[in-house]
Design a protein around this ligand. Structure first.
Ligand code: BES
Ligand code: MN
Ligand code: ZN
Length: 495
Protein backbone atom coordinates (compact mmCIF):
# COMPACT_ATOMS: atom_id res chain seq x y z
CA UNK A 1 0.00 0.00 0.00
CA UNK A 2 1.13 3.52 -0.81
CA UNK A 3 2.92 4.86 2.24
CA UNK A 4 1.37 8.22 3.16
CA UNK A 5 3.56 10.55 5.24
CA UNK A 6 2.35 13.85 6.59
CA UNK A 7 5.06 16.49 6.64
CA UNK A 8 5.34 20.13 7.64
CA UNK A 9 4.69 22.44 4.70
CA UNK A 10 8.09 23.52 3.36
CA UNK A 11 9.66 23.75 -0.07
CA UNK A 12 10.12 20.20 -1.42
CA UNK A 13 13.57 19.54 -2.83
CA UNK A 14 12.97 16.55 -5.06
CA UNK A 15 10.42 14.59 -7.07
CA UNK A 16 7.02 15.78 -8.19
CA UNK A 17 5.07 18.46 -6.37
CA UNK A 18 1.30 18.47 -6.67
CA UNK A 19 -0.49 21.71 -5.95
CA UNK A 20 -4.24 21.65 -5.30
CA UNK A 21 -5.84 24.74 -6.80
CA UNK A 22 -9.45 25.89 -6.59
CA UNK A 23 -11.15 27.77 -9.36
CA UNK A 24 -10.33 31.42 -8.72
CA UNK A 25 -9.25 30.52 -5.19
CA UNK A 26 -6.20 31.74 -3.32
CA UNK A 27 -3.20 29.52 -4.03
CA UNK A 28 -1.48 27.91 -1.09
CA UNK A 29 1.63 29.45 0.48
CA UNK A 30 3.69 26.54 -0.82
CA UNK A 31 2.49 27.08 -4.35
CA UNK A 32 3.15 30.81 -4.08
CA UNK A 33 6.66 30.08 -2.80
CA UNK A 34 7.38 27.76 -5.73
CA UNK A 35 6.02 30.28 -8.17
CA UNK A 36 8.15 32.97 -6.52
CA UNK A 37 11.25 30.80 -6.76
CA UNK A 38 10.59 30.42 -10.48
CA UNK A 39 10.26 34.16 -10.92
CA UNK A 40 6.61 33.77 -11.84
CA UNK A 41 7.25 31.19 -14.56
CA UNK A 42 5.02 28.58 -12.93
CA UNK A 43 2.01 30.87 -13.00
CA UNK A 44 2.69 31.81 -16.62
CA UNK A 45 3.09 28.19 -17.64
CA UNK A 46 -0.19 27.24 -15.98
CA UNK A 47 -1.93 30.12 -17.66
CA UNK A 48 -0.47 29.14 -21.03
CA UNK A 49 -1.75 25.59 -20.44
CA UNK A 50 -5.24 26.98 -19.88
CA UNK A 51 -5.33 25.69 -16.33
CA UNK A 52 -8.25 27.21 -14.44
CA UNK A 53 -8.61 24.91 -11.42
CA UNK A 54 -11.74 23.19 -12.66
CA UNK A 55 -12.49 19.89 -10.92
CA UNK A 56 -10.73 17.12 -12.79
CA UNK A 57 -8.40 19.50 -14.64
CA UNK A 58 -4.65 19.08 -14.37
CA UNK A 59 -1.52 20.58 -15.91
CA UNK A 60 2.11 19.57 -15.64
CA UNK A 61 5.02 22.01 -15.58
CA UNK A 62 8.45 20.37 -15.82
CA UNK A 63 10.58 22.33 -13.37
CA UNK A 64 14.13 21.05 -12.94
CA UNK A 65 15.16 24.65 -12.31
CA UNK A 66 13.29 24.49 -9.00
CA UNK A 67 15.17 21.39 -7.90
CA UNK A 68 12.13 19.19 -8.49
CA UNK A 69 11.13 17.12 -11.52
CA UNK A 70 7.74 18.67 -12.12
CA UNK A 71 4.93 20.66 -10.67
CA UNK A 72 1.48 19.19 -11.24
CA UNK A 73 -1.43 21.55 -10.76
CA UNK A 74 -4.67 19.74 -9.96
CA UNK A 75 -8.07 21.44 -10.08
CA UNK A 76 -10.36 21.31 -7.06
CA UNK A 77 -13.33 23.12 -8.63
CA UNK A 78 -15.20 26.02 -7.05
CA UNK A 79 -13.90 26.87 -3.56
CA UNK A 80 -15.86 24.97 -0.92
CA UNK A 81 -17.84 22.92 -3.46
CA UNK A 82 -15.75 19.78 -3.14
CA UNK A 83 -17.42 16.85 -1.36
CA UNK A 84 -15.30 14.34 0.60
CA UNK A 85 -16.09 11.83 -2.10
CA UNK A 86 -14.93 14.38 -4.71
CA UNK A 87 -11.70 14.91 -2.77
CA UNK A 88 -11.02 11.18 -3.03
CA UNK A 89 -11.59 11.31 -6.78
CA UNK A 90 -9.04 14.14 -6.96
CA UNK A 91 -6.58 11.96 -5.04
CA UNK A 92 -7.33 9.08 -7.39
CA UNK A 93 -6.64 11.28 -10.42
CA UNK A 94 -3.31 12.36 -8.92
CA UNK A 95 -1.97 8.81 -8.67
CA UNK A 96 -1.27 8.19 -12.41
CA UNK A 97 0.31 11.66 -12.67
CA UNK A 98 2.94 10.88 -10.03
CA UNK A 99 3.28 7.08 -10.04
CA UNK A 100 6.36 7.22 -12.29
CA UNK A 101 8.29 9.39 -9.80
CA UNK A 102 10.40 8.11 -6.95
CA UNK A 103 9.21 10.91 -4.70
CA UNK A 104 6.07 13.05 -4.64
CA UNK A 105 4.63 15.69 -2.37
CA UNK A 106 1.13 17.06 -2.35
CA UNK A 107 1.08 20.70 -1.22
CA UNK A 108 -2.06 20.58 0.89
CA UNK A 109 -1.38 23.68 2.96
CA UNK A 110 -4.15 25.60 1.22
CA UNK A 111 -6.99 23.12 1.80
CA UNK A 112 -8.86 21.82 4.86
CA UNK A 113 -7.11 18.97 6.63
CA UNK A 114 -10.18 16.80 6.04
CA UNK A 115 -9.88 17.38 2.31
CA UNK A 116 -6.14 16.64 2.40
CA UNK A 117 -6.80 13.34 4.15
CA UNK A 118 -9.43 12.24 1.67
CA UNK A 119 -7.12 13.20 -1.22
CA UNK A 120 -4.44 10.98 0.34
CA UNK A 121 -6.94 8.16 0.76
CA UNK A 122 -8.09 8.49 -2.86
CA UNK A 123 -4.52 8.30 -4.15
CA UNK A 124 -3.84 5.31 -1.94
CA UNK A 125 -6.96 3.43 -3.09
CA UNK A 126 -6.18 4.19 -6.73
CA UNK A 127 -2.59 2.91 -6.39
CA UNK A 128 -3.75 -0.68 -5.89
CA UNK A 129 -2.12 -3.33 -8.06
CA UNK A 130 -2.39 -7.08 -8.14
CA UNK A 131 0.85 -8.26 -9.68
CA UNK A 132 1.51 -11.49 -7.83
CA UNK A 133 1.55 -13.53 -11.02
CA UNK A 134 3.49 -11.21 -13.34
CA UNK A 135 7.02 -12.52 -13.43
CA UNK A 136 8.24 -10.71 -16.54
CA UNK A 137 7.16 -7.14 -16.05
CA UNK A 138 9.91 -4.65 -16.86
CA UNK A 139 10.82 -2.23 -14.06
CA UNK A 140 9.93 0.72 -16.28
CA UNK A 141 6.38 -0.60 -16.63
CA UNK A 142 5.85 -0.68 -12.89
CA UNK A 143 4.95 2.33 -10.75
CA UNK A 144 8.01 3.65 -8.96
CA UNK A 145 6.33 5.68 -6.29
CA UNK A 146 6.00 3.86 -2.98
CA UNK A 147 5.49 6.81 -0.69
CA UNK A 148 3.48 10.01 -0.88
CA UNK A 149 4.19 13.10 1.21
CA UNK A 150 1.33 15.38 2.19
CA UNK A 151 2.61 18.80 3.22
CA UNK A 152 0.31 20.71 5.56
CA UNK A 153 0.47 22.94 8.65
CA UNK A 154 -0.27 20.30 11.33
CA UNK A 155 1.14 16.91 10.27
CA UNK A 156 0.65 15.31 13.69
CA UNK A 157 -3.08 16.03 13.67
CA UNK A 158 -3.37 14.79 10.08
CA UNK A 159 -1.49 11.59 10.91
CA UNK A 160 -3.91 10.81 13.72
CA UNK A 161 -6.95 11.63 11.58
CA UNK A 162 -5.68 9.49 8.71
CA UNK A 163 -5.08 6.34 10.78
CA UNK A 164 -8.66 4.99 10.64
CA UNK A 165 -8.88 5.71 6.91
CA UNK A 166 -5.69 3.76 6.39
CA UNK A 167 -7.20 0.79 8.21
CA UNK A 168 -10.20 0.96 5.90
CA UNK A 169 -7.96 1.16 2.83
CA UNK A 170 -6.18 -1.95 4.07
CA UNK A 171 -9.54 -3.69 4.33
CA UNK A 172 -10.36 -2.63 0.77
CA UNK A 173 -7.02 -3.99 -0.45
CA UNK A 174 -7.59 -7.26 1.33
CA UNK A 175 -10.99 -7.62 -0.36
CA UNK A 176 -9.46 -6.76 -3.75
CA UNK A 177 -6.63 -9.26 -3.27
CA UNK A 178 -9.09 -12.04 -2.49
CA UNK A 179 -11.33 -11.21 -5.44
CA UNK A 180 -8.36 -10.94 -7.84
CA UNK A 181 -6.85 -14.31 -6.94
CA UNK A 182 -7.42 -17.00 -9.56
CA UNK A 183 -9.89 -19.75 -8.68
CA UNK A 184 -7.32 -22.56 -8.69
CA UNK A 185 -5.46 -20.76 -5.90
CA UNK A 186 -8.36 -19.30 -3.98
CA UNK A 187 -10.69 -22.25 -3.46
CA UNK A 188 -12.92 -22.56 -0.38
CA UNK A 189 -10.29 -24.21 1.83
CA UNK A 190 -7.66 -21.61 0.97
CA UNK A 191 -10.07 -18.72 1.33
CA UNK A 192 -11.01 -19.89 4.82
CA UNK A 193 -7.32 -20.08 5.76
CA UNK A 194 -6.82 -16.50 4.59
CA UNK A 195 -9.42 -15.36 7.12
CA UNK A 196 -6.97 -16.39 9.83
CA UNK A 197 -4.92 -13.30 8.99
CA UNK A 198 -7.59 -11.36 10.91
CA UNK A 199 -6.63 -13.05 14.16
CA UNK A 200 -3.65 -10.77 14.59
CA UNK A 201 -6.07 -7.82 14.54
CA UNK A 202 -8.00 -9.34 17.44
CA UNK A 203 -10.75 -11.00 15.41
CA UNK A 204 -11.95 -14.40 16.58
CA UNK A 205 -11.99 -16.73 13.56
CA UNK A 206 -13.94 -20.00 13.53
CA UNK A 207 -13.86 -22.29 10.51
CA UNK A 208 -16.52 -24.94 9.94
CA UNK A 209 -16.06 -27.86 7.54
CA UNK A 210 -18.57 -30.27 5.97
CA UNK A 211 -18.82 -32.40 9.10
CA UNK A 212 -19.96 -29.51 11.25
CA UNK A 213 -22.20 -28.18 8.50
CA UNK A 214 -23.86 -31.58 8.07
CA UNK A 215 -24.60 -31.58 11.79
CA UNK A 216 -26.15 -28.14 11.45
CA UNK A 217 -28.29 -29.35 8.57
CA UNK A 218 -26.81 -27.09 5.91
CA UNK A 219 -28.47 -29.05 3.09
CA UNK A 220 -28.61 -26.10 0.70
CA UNK A 221 -24.96 -25.04 0.98
CA UNK A 222 -23.75 -28.65 0.95
CA UNK A 223 -25.88 -29.35 -2.12
CA UNK A 224 -24.03 -26.64 -4.03
CA UNK A 225 -20.68 -28.03 -2.87
CA UNK A 226 -21.50 -31.60 -3.97
CA UNK A 227 -19.99 -31.29 -7.43
CA UNK A 228 -16.64 -29.95 -6.27
CA UNK A 229 -13.54 -31.93 -5.37
CA UNK A 230 -12.78 -29.27 -2.79
CA UNK A 231 -14.54 -29.15 0.55
CA UNK A 232 -16.77 -26.20 1.45
CA UNK A 233 -16.17 -24.01 4.46
CA UNK A 234 -18.09 -21.54 6.52
CA UNK A 235 -16.11 -18.95 8.43
CA UNK A 236 -17.40 -16.88 11.34
CA UNK A 237 -15.31 -13.83 12.21
CA UNK A 238 -16.15 -12.03 15.41
CA UNK A 239 -14.99 -8.57 16.38
CA UNK A 240 -15.95 -7.54 19.92
CA UNK A 241 -15.17 -3.87 19.56
CA UNK A 242 -17.22 -2.70 22.51
CA UNK A 243 -14.88 -4.52 24.85
CA UNK A 244 -11.85 -3.43 22.84
CA UNK A 245 -11.49 -6.66 20.91
CA UNK A 246 -11.29 -8.80 24.04
CA UNK A 247 -13.95 -10.70 25.90
CA UNK A 248 -17.45 -11.26 24.60
CA UNK A 249 -18.81 -7.75 24.35
CA UNK A 250 -21.15 -5.86 26.60
CA UNK A 251 -23.81 -8.02 28.21
CA UNK A 252 -27.21 -7.69 26.57
CA UNK A 253 -25.79 -6.02 23.48
CA UNK A 254 -26.71 -7.91 20.34
CA UNK A 255 -24.13 -7.94 17.58
CA UNK A 256 -24.70 -6.99 13.98
CA UNK A 257 -24.04 -9.53 11.23
CA UNK A 258 -22.58 -9.24 7.75
CA UNK A 259 -22.96 -12.27 5.51
CA UNK A 260 -21.14 -12.85 2.24
CA UNK A 261 -21.62 -15.15 -0.73
CA UNK A 262 -18.31 -16.87 -1.34
CA UNK A 263 -18.62 -18.99 -4.46
CA UNK A 264 -14.93 -19.22 -5.35
CA UNK A 265 -15.89 -20.34 -8.84
CA UNK A 266 -19.34 -20.56 -10.39
CA UNK A 267 -19.52 -22.79 -13.46
CA UNK A 268 -23.28 -22.94 -13.05
CA UNK A 269 -23.02 -26.61 -12.05
CA UNK A 270 -25.10 -29.03 -14.13
CA UNK A 271 -27.05 -26.00 -15.41
CA UNK A 272 -23.69 -25.02 -16.86
CA UNK A 273 -22.89 -21.52 -18.05
CA UNK A 274 -21.71 -20.84 -21.59
CA UNK A 275 -17.93 -20.59 -22.12
CA UNK A 276 -17.73 -16.92 -23.07
CA UNK A 277 -16.58 -14.89 -20.08
CA UNK A 278 -16.88 -17.77 -17.66
CA UNK A 279 -13.49 -16.80 -16.19
CA UNK A 280 -15.29 -13.82 -14.64
CA UNK A 281 -16.94 -16.22 -12.26
CA UNK A 282 -13.79 -16.35 -10.16
CA UNK A 283 -15.12 -13.20 -8.54
CA UNK A 284 -18.36 -14.83 -7.48
CA UNK A 285 -16.89 -14.72 -3.99
CA UNK A 286 -16.79 -10.91 -3.89
CA UNK A 287 -19.54 -10.71 -1.26
CA UNK A 288 -17.43 -12.85 1.06
CA UNK A 289 -14.30 -10.91 0.08
CA UNK A 290 -16.06 -7.73 1.11
CA UNK A 291 -17.14 -9.16 4.46
CA UNK A 292 -13.57 -10.30 5.20
CA UNK A 293 -12.13 -6.91 4.15
CA UNK A 294 -14.77 -5.15 6.21
CA UNK A 295 -13.86 -7.15 9.31
CA UNK A 296 -10.20 -6.21 8.70
CA UNK A 297 -11.18 -2.55 8.40
CA UNK A 298 -13.35 -2.52 11.54
CA UNK A 299 -10.80 -4.38 13.64
CA UNK A 300 -7.94 -2.39 12.12
CA UNK A 301 -9.47 0.86 13.30
CA UNK A 302 -10.71 -0.66 16.58
CA UNK A 303 -14.38 0.11 15.79
CA UNK A 304 -16.50 0.37 18.93
CA UNK A 305 -19.09 -2.12 17.85
CA UNK A 306 -19.72 -5.86 18.17
CA UNK A 307 -19.77 -7.35 14.71
CA UNK A 308 -19.87 -10.83 13.24
CA UNK A 309 -18.85 -11.52 9.66
CA UNK A 310 -19.95 -14.82 8.15
CA UNK A 311 -18.98 -16.25 4.79
CA UNK A 312 -20.19 -19.36 2.99
CA UNK A 313 -17.40 -20.71 0.80
CA UNK A 314 -18.12 -23.22 -1.95
CA UNK A 315 -17.19 -24.05 -5.51
CA UNK A 316 -20.08 -24.70 -7.93
CA UNK A 317 -18.96 -27.46 -10.30
CA UNK A 318 -20.60 -30.00 -12.60
CA UNK A 319 -19.55 -33.61 -12.00
CA UNK A 320 -20.85 -37.08 -11.34
CA UNK A 321 -21.46 -36.11 -7.75
CA UNK A 322 -22.99 -32.70 -8.50
CA UNK A 323 -26.53 -31.83 -7.50
CA UNK A 324 -29.13 -32.06 -10.24
CA UNK A 325 -31.91 -29.80 -11.40
CA UNK A 326 -34.95 -31.32 -9.70
CA UNK A 327 -33.15 -32.18 -6.46
CA UNK A 328 -34.91 -31.18 -3.27
CA UNK A 329 -32.69 -30.02 -0.43
CA UNK A 330 -33.52 -29.30 3.19
CA UNK A 331 -32.03 -26.07 4.47
CA UNK A 332 -30.76 -25.46 8.00
CA UNK A 333 -34.03 -23.65 8.73
CA UNK A 334 -35.98 -26.83 7.92
CA UNK A 335 -37.55 -25.27 4.83
CA UNK A 336 -37.19 -27.35 1.67
CA UNK A 337 -36.06 -26.10 -1.72
CA UNK A 338 -36.56 -27.59 -5.16
CA UNK A 339 -33.38 -26.82 -7.08
CA UNK A 340 -34.67 -26.00 -10.56
CA UNK A 341 -31.43 -24.38 -11.73
CA UNK A 342 -28.08 -25.27 -10.18
CA UNK A 343 -26.75 -21.92 -11.39
CA UNK A 344 -28.94 -20.11 -8.87
CA UNK A 345 -26.55 -21.31 -6.17
CA UNK A 346 -25.72 -18.12 -4.28
CA UNK A 347 -29.12 -17.91 -2.65
CA UNK A 348 -28.79 -21.53 -1.52
CA UNK A 349 -25.50 -20.75 0.18
CA UNK A 350 -26.87 -17.61 1.81
CA UNK A 351 -30.01 -19.37 3.06
CA UNK A 352 -28.02 -21.63 5.37
CA UNK A 353 -25.49 -19.03 6.51
CA UNK A 354 -28.20 -16.46 7.29
CA UNK A 355 -30.15 -19.03 9.28
CA UNK A 356 -27.01 -19.87 11.22
CA UNK A 357 -26.33 -16.18 11.88
CA UNK A 358 -29.77 -15.75 13.44
CA UNK A 359 -29.64 -18.90 15.57
CA UNK A 360 -26.11 -18.43 16.79
CA UNK A 361 -25.76 -14.65 17.19
CA UNK A 362 -29.31 -13.28 17.59
CA UNK A 363 -28.28 -10.18 15.58
CA UNK A 364 -29.91 -6.74 15.83
CA UNK A 365 -29.87 -6.68 12.05
CA UNK A 366 -28.12 -8.33 9.14
CA UNK A 367 -26.71 -7.29 5.81
CA UNK A 368 -25.81 -9.79 3.14
CA UNK A 369 -23.67 -9.10 0.09
CA UNK A 370 -23.67 -11.27 -2.99
CA UNK A 371 -22.82 -11.26 -6.67
CA UNK A 372 -26.23 -12.80 -6.96
CA UNK A 373 -27.78 -12.06 -10.35
CA UNK A 374 -26.83 -11.06 -13.85
CA UNK A 375 -30.22 -9.33 -13.92
CA UNK A 376 -29.02 -6.63 -11.53
CA UNK A 377 -26.47 -5.59 -14.17
CA UNK A 378 -29.28 -5.32 -16.72
CA UNK A 379 -31.25 -3.14 -14.28
CA UNK A 380 -28.57 -0.89 -12.77
CA UNK A 381 -25.43 -1.34 -14.84
CA UNK A 382 -22.21 -0.87 -12.94
CA UNK A 383 -23.14 2.37 -11.19
CA UNK A 384 -25.29 1.15 -8.32
CA UNK A 385 -25.56 -2.03 -6.31
CA UNK A 386 -29.10 -3.35 -5.91
CA UNK A 387 -30.49 -2.84 -2.42
CA UNK A 388 -33.38 -4.87 -1.03
CA UNK A 389 -34.71 -4.58 2.49
CA UNK A 390 -37.57 -5.26 4.89
CA UNK A 391 -36.59 -2.24 7.01
CA UNK A 392 -36.88 1.35 5.77
CA UNK A 393 -34.59 2.81 8.45
CA UNK A 394 -31.71 0.45 7.82
CA UNK A 395 -32.21 0.73 4.04
CA UNK A 396 -32.02 4.53 4.29
CA UNK A 397 -28.87 4.36 6.40
CA UNK A 398 -27.17 2.08 3.90
CA UNK A 399 -28.19 4.33 1.00
CA UNK A 400 -26.80 7.38 2.81
CA UNK A 401 -23.51 5.65 3.64
CA UNK A 402 -23.29 4.77 -0.05
CA UNK A 403 -23.65 8.39 -1.07
CA UNK A 404 -20.94 9.57 1.29
CA UNK A 405 -18.43 6.94 0.18
CA UNK A 406 -19.29 6.89 -3.51
CA UNK A 407 -20.35 3.23 -3.25
CA UNK A 408 -23.88 3.79 -4.48
CA UNK A 409 -26.93 1.62 -3.87
CA UNK A 410 -30.39 1.74 -5.43
CA UNK A 411 -33.38 0.27 -3.65
CA UNK A 412 -35.65 -2.13 -5.50
CA UNK A 413 -38.97 -3.48 -4.28
CA UNK A 414 -39.98 -6.67 -2.53
CA UNK A 415 -43.56 -7.91 -2.39
CA UNK A 416 -45.89 -10.85 -2.10
CA UNK A 417 -46.53 -10.80 -5.84
CA UNK A 418 -42.86 -11.44 -6.60
CA UNK A 419 -42.69 -14.03 -3.86
CA UNK A 420 -45.36 -16.08 -5.64
CA UNK A 421 -42.88 -16.72 -8.44
CA UNK A 422 -40.84 -19.06 -6.26
CA UNK A 423 -43.70 -21.36 -5.23
CA UNK A 424 -42.84 -24.98 -5.89
CA UNK A 425 -45.14 -27.91 -6.70
CA UNK A 426 -43.11 -30.31 -4.62
CA UNK A 427 -41.22 -28.34 -1.94
CA UNK A 428 -41.62 -25.19 0.18
CA UNK A 429 -40.06 -23.11 -2.58
CA UNK A 430 -37.98 -23.39 -5.72
CA UNK A 431 -34.71 -21.59 -6.27
CA UNK A 432 -35.66 -19.60 -9.37
CA UNK A 433 -38.65 -17.67 -10.65
CA UNK A 434 -39.13 -16.53 -14.24
CA UNK A 435 -36.77 -14.17 -16.06
CA UNK A 436 -39.00 -11.25 -15.09
CA UNK A 437 -37.61 -9.43 -12.06
CA UNK A 438 -34.83 -11.98 -11.58
CA UNK A 439 -32.94 -9.93 -8.99
CA UNK A 440 -36.11 -9.38 -6.99
CA UNK A 441 -37.17 -13.01 -6.88
CA UNK A 442 -33.64 -13.85 -5.74
CA UNK A 443 -34.06 -11.35 -2.90
CA UNK A 444 -37.50 -12.81 -2.11
CA UNK A 445 -35.85 -16.19 -1.76
CA UNK A 446 -33.34 -14.83 0.74
CA UNK A 447 -36.05 -13.00 2.66
CA UNK A 448 -37.66 -16.35 3.43
CA UNK A 449 -34.69 -17.08 5.72
CA UNK A 450 -34.41 -13.82 7.69
CA UNK A 451 -37.29 -14.53 10.12
CA UNK A 452 -38.53 -10.95 9.92
CA UNK A 453 -35.32 -9.46 11.32
CA UNK A 454 -34.16 -6.09 9.97
CA UNK A 455 -32.18 -7.03 6.91
CA UNK A 456 -30.58 -5.55 3.82
CA UNK A 457 -29.48 -7.54 0.80
CA UNK A 458 -26.96 -5.96 -1.55
CA UNK A 459 -26.67 -7.48 -5.02
CA UNK A 460 -23.15 -6.47 -6.03
CA UNK A 461 -22.86 -8.44 -9.29
CA UNK A 462 -22.46 -5.16 -11.22
CA UNK A 463 -20.13 -3.32 -8.86
CA UNK A 464 -17.66 -5.90 -7.53
CA UNK A 465 -15.50 -5.79 -10.64
CA UNK A 466 -14.71 -2.93 -13.01
CA UNK A 467 -13.73 -3.36 -16.66
CA UNK A 468 -12.30 0.16 -16.75
CA UNK A 469 -10.40 2.35 -14.29
CA UNK A 470 -12.61 4.09 -11.72
CA UNK A 471 -11.76 7.27 -9.79
CA UNK A 472 -10.42 5.38 -6.78
CA UNK A 473 -9.94 1.88 -8.16
CA UNK A 474 -7.96 0.59 -11.10
CA UNK A 475 -9.88 -1.81 -13.33
CA UNK A 476 -10.45 -5.19 -11.73
CA UNK A 477 -11.67 -5.95 -8.22
CA UNK A 478 -13.17 -2.84 -6.62
CA UNK A 479 -13.59 -4.01 -3.02
CA UNK A 480 -17.12 -2.60 -3.24
CA UNK A 481 -18.94 -2.58 0.08
CA UNK A 482 -16.01 -2.31 2.47
CA UNK A 483 -16.06 1.48 2.59
CA UNK A 484 -19.83 1.66 2.44
CA UNK A 485 -20.40 -0.68 5.38
CA UNK A 486 -17.52 0.69 7.39
CA UNK A 487 -19.18 4.10 7.06
CA UNK A 488 -22.57 2.67 8.00
CA UNK A 489 -21.09 1.27 11.20
CA UNK A 490 -19.16 4.47 11.97
CA UNK A 491 -22.17 6.72 11.40
CA UNK A 492 -24.83 4.77 13.29
CA UNK A 493 -23.56 1.88 15.37
CA UNK A 494 -20.55 2.98 17.34
CA UNK A 495 -20.09 4.60 20.70
N1 BES B 1 -22.95 -15.60 -9.93
C1 BES B 1 -24.09 -15.52 -10.76
C2 BES B 1 -24.56 -14.09 -10.99
C3 BES B 1 -23.68 -13.24 -11.87
C4 BES B 1 -23.83 -13.23 -13.23
C5 BES B 1 -22.75 -12.41 -11.30
C6 BES B 1 -23.06 -12.42 -14.01
C7 BES B 1 -21.95 -11.60 -12.08
C8 BES B 1 -22.12 -11.60 -13.45
C9 BES B 1 -25.23 -16.30 -10.13
O1 BES B 1 -24.88 -17.40 -9.39
C10 BES B 1 -26.08 -16.78 -11.25
O2 BES B 1 -25.61 -17.59 -12.00
N2 BES B 1 -27.29 -16.26 -11.35
C11 BES B 1 -28.17 -16.62 -12.40
C12 BES B 1 -29.54 -16.82 -11.81
C13 BES B 1 -30.49 -17.50 -12.73
C14 BES B 1 -30.08 -18.94 -12.95
C15 BES B 1 -31.86 -17.43 -12.12
C16 BES B 1 -28.16 -15.49 -13.42
O3 BES B 1 -28.09 -14.33 -13.03
O4 BES B 1 -28.21 -15.80 -14.61
MN1 MN C 1 -24.65 -19.13 -10.57
ZN1 ZN D 1 -23.00 -17.36 -8.56
Amino acid sequence: MLDVTFVKAGLPKAGAVVVLLSEGGVPSALHAALDGASGGLVARALEAAGFKGRAGQSATVWAPGLGITKLVAVGMGAPGALTPDGAEAVGGAIWPLVSGETEATIAADGVDMVVAIRVALGASLRSYRFDLYRTKEKPEDKPKLSGLNIALPDPAAARAAYAPFKAVAEGVFMARDLVSEPPNVLHPVEMAERCRALEKLGVQVDILGPKEMRKLGFGALLGVAMGSAIEPRMVAMRWNGISGGKGRGRRGEKPICFIGKGVTFDTGGISIKSAGGMEDMKWDMAGAGCVIGLMAALAGRRAKCDVVGLVGLVENMPSGTAQRPGDVVTTASGQTVEVINTDAEGRLVLADVIHYAIEKYDPRWMIDLATLTGAIIVALGHEHAGLFSNDDTLAGQVEAAGKSTGELCWRLPLSEAYDKQIKSDIADMKNVGTRAGGSITAAQFIQRFVQGRPWVHLDIAGTAWATKDLPTAPKGATGFGVRLLDRLVADHFEG
